[in-house]
Design a protein around this ligand. Structure first.
Ligand code: SF4
Ligand code: SF4
Length: 698
């Protein structure tokens, strides 16, 4: 209370001024936030109000727990320190503001010893945040991390904005510390009492410097510290919604409303069932207001940290796509389009004005950007929605028109006859080794092997199909295929934005699967796996062949012969739709590690940081301009890891990696093999038939 009396004396004459700043600050902030919310209110529906407990868990893990930040060690460490400091200082900042108009204000529960402990903690927090700001500014000026750079054609850099905000926060911490130090020095000098202080903190250092200053000087410094703190606080509060620091306000909500299920894609319109889709006048995103409110919140939340682009294979290959700018360009557009004063401008088409066509077609939907983003910003749904908009306007890239037409008429992108879909089972050697039936009501089975188009029709990939069938046969599965009744799973078609075509493929396959009467589905194609798991409705549980093999290795039903050449070094390439989108990382590795004598190494980018082969999203038929092919980059990574055999678990990866090995000049030195082919090659066949129980399901 003595301290409060002293503060009353020093700050009292300025009470009216402080009050005016408070009121102005709060009113301005409320106005700015209301303006920023306007586009969200005009955005499309997005149903994100379900599963509150799961959403709170997301907040606890990704927001409060800063889960993704340590993926970048230096920046992550700095951010965690700053975030913890902010959390600790939040209450102190408000207390300081109130103290200006009510000097004896104490937060309930923080009087006495608890208050002293809190003050010590916050003194250290202010010091740490101040130092972090200095380090962050130096880092931006001196070390200039490449991921902050803005490539040509992607708009302007926000470096000045970032540095201004970092400086402002440093100023806020310094002002807070000066106020604390002057108050404490005055207390020691005038009132001859000392508070327990945080040794070597910024307020402590300033207090040591000020302790012999005159009372008048201390009063002036106390006022200055308080005034600068108050002005900087409100300025920061009101300035943040104009730039990347807006994430301080929005990130909590963005994480709470984040997508809960990986591998899924947003519907064309939330709340509109498939049956009523033909009533929707316009598909996808064409203007800014076609984005959902959550996607607009993403734009505000992006901190421009560049982690997404740093991990984007399209960006690495020099394609005209940098996922960071999907957010930044839309946010800048929103700021221009919805000004602080006046009405919103006319909604211009986004394609051509904000994004280029090539930029949007460049995405392989690999998910690396989303996996990396610490604020759970979503990109794939937005890109697919923009594609839906282009398709709706008849804006289909030339090279994709033929495969799309073929998918419509023949159910596969190659335009091949339906009756030839199961020709791969007719190879003579294969027929002698393994019988594959086409499932029918009279010849049913419990397991469906869903082959999908690329494995059915591509000569090289048919070998994956035959290996998969032999493995299923080896473990005693009563399985079959749909044969000519199967159509393309539609996975790529959907991610390409052709929702109606996807629905017709899905409905056809759904009916065929139901008619087959199977209890489970196995596939060797992660794209089909993802479609059946997330895009289809009411189909039996689905497993990737690597999971089936791993299960049977565990039960002992599958055993392997040792590798023939002990000189080969194997590495496993995680397919995006098996790994990142579905979390299957361990089973394929368990299969490889069960092969005696196998020497396996990991590439630097593996598991959830795996680097796409470049084949997703119909990219086999459409390749935007790039400096170096994505697949070539991937095989170089394998070579760097010392591997000469790349094991894939996806036919699309096989096409790209096989090809990239030739382009990169590794032909004869490096090979690629699918996990099903490798497992089948290494099968210890004498074990066949020793156990005839049904293979383990999940
Ligand atoms: S989207 Fe996420 S990862 Fe990308 S720049 Fe923004 S905050 Fe960073
Ligand atoms: S999904 Fe993959 S290719 Fe597409 S923007 Fe993200 S990281 Fe880049």
């Amino acid at each position: 209370m003595e301290s409060a009396a002293q503060l009353s004396l020093w700050l009292g004459p300025w009470l009216a001024l402080f009050l005016v700043i408070h009121v102005l600050g709060v009113v301005c902030f409320a106005y700015i936030v209301a303006r920023r919310l306007t586009p969200l209110l005009r955005g499309q529906r997005d149903l994100r109000f379900d599963q509150p407990l799961m959403r709170l868990r997301q907040v606890a893990k990704y927001w409060f727990g800063q889960w993704k930040h340590p993926r970048y060690k230096t920046a992550g460490f700095l951010h965690i320190l700053i975030f913890s400091g902010f959390i600790l200082l939040a209450m102190r900042a408000f207390t300081v503001l109130i103290v200006g108009v009510k000097p004896d204000f104490v937060v309930p529960g923080l009087s006495g010893e608890a208050g002293h402990i809190y003050e010590v903690l916050t003194d250290y927090a202010a010091t740490v945040v101040f130092l972090c700001m200095v380090v962050a500014i130096v880092r931006r000026f001196v070390f200039k991390p490449a991921r902050y750079e803005v490539p040509a054609g992607f708009g302007k850099a926000h470096k000045a904005d970032a540095i201004f905000l970092l400086s402002l926060i440093a100023l806020l911490m310094a002002a807070d510390s000066l106020f604390e130090a002057a108050r404490a020095a005055g207390q020691a000098q005038v009132l001859h009492t000392t508070e327990f202080s945080a040794a070597f903190s910024l307020p402590w250092l300033l207090k040591v410097l000020l302790v012999s200053a005159s009372e008048k000087s201390l009063a002036a410094l106390c006022f200055t510290g308080y005034f600068v703190h108050e002005v900087a606080f409100y300025f920061l509060l009101c300035y943040r919604p104009f730039g990347i620091q807006f994430h301080v306000e929005t990130s909590l909500f963005n994480v709470y409303f984040s997508r809960l299920n990986k591998g899924t894609l947003k519907p064309v319109r939330w709340g509109v069932s498939d049956e009523h889709l033909d009533e929707v006048k316009s598909f996808g995103v064409k203007t800014f207001e076609d984005f959902t409110w959550k996607h607009m919140l993403d734009f505000y939340t992006c901190a421009d940290c560049g982690r997404c682009s740093d991990n984007c294979p399209a960006n690495a290959a020099g394609r005209p796509l940098s996922p960071r700018f999907i957010s930044i360009k839309a946010r800048d557009y929103a700021f221009r389009h919805y000004p602080m004063f006046g009405h919103a401008g006319n909604g211009k088409p986004l394609i051509g004005n904000v994004y280029s066509e090539d930029e949007i077609w460049s995405c392989t939907t690999c998910g690396a950007c989303e996996e990396e983003c610490p604020l759970l910003v979503e990109n794939i749904d937005k890109i697919v929605d923009l594609r839906r908009g282009m398709i709706d306007d008849g804006n289909v890239p030339q090279s994709l028109q033929k495969p799309l037409k073929a998918l419509e008429s023949r159910g596969n992108p190659y335009g091949k006859m339906e009756k030839k879909r199961a020709d791969w089972i007719n190879a003579k050697d294969f027929q002698q080794a393994c019988k594959v039936k086409a499932l029918s009501p009279t010849d049913s089975g419990d397991t469906l092997y869903f082959v999908d188009s690329i494995t059915s029709y591509d000569d090289r990939m048919q070998s994956i199909g035959r290996a998969t069938a032999k493995i299923l046969d080896h473990v005693g599965a009563n399985f079959g295929i749909l044969g000519s009744s199967e159509k393309d799973s539609g996975h790529e078609v959907r991610r390409f934005g052709e929702e109606m075509l996807f629905m017709s493929l899905r409905d056809h396959n759904n009916d065929a699967i139901k008619a087959s009467g199977v209890q489970r589905i196995v596939t060797a194609d992660p794209h089909a796996f993802n479609a059946l798991k997330h895009d289809y409705k009411d189909v039996p549980p689905v497993q990737h062949i690597s999971q089936v093999i791993a299960d049977n290795v565990r039960t002992g039903k599958i055993q392997f012969n040792p590798v023939e050449s002990g000189d080969d070094v194997y590495t496993y390439h995680d397919p995006c739709y098996l790994g990142r989108h579905n979390g299957v990382y361990d089973d394929p590795r368990a299969v490889l590690d069960a092969i005696p004598g196998m020497h396996r190494v990991e590439m630097k980018r593996s598991r959830d940081r795996s680097f796409c082969c470049g084949g997703g999203g119909l990219m086999l038929f459409y390749e935007p301009k790039e400096e170096e092919r994505i697949g070539v980059k991937r095989v170089r990574m394998a070579a760097e890891a010392g591997a000469n055999v790349i094991v894939t678990a996806c036919p699309f990866c096989m096409v790209n990696i096989d090809d990239a090995i030739k382009v990169a000049g590794f032909e004869g030195k490096m090979t690629a093999i699918d996990i099903a082919e490798l497992a089948e090659r290494q099968l210890a066949r004498e074990k066949k038939g020793t156990t005839q129980q049904a293979i383990t399901g999940r």
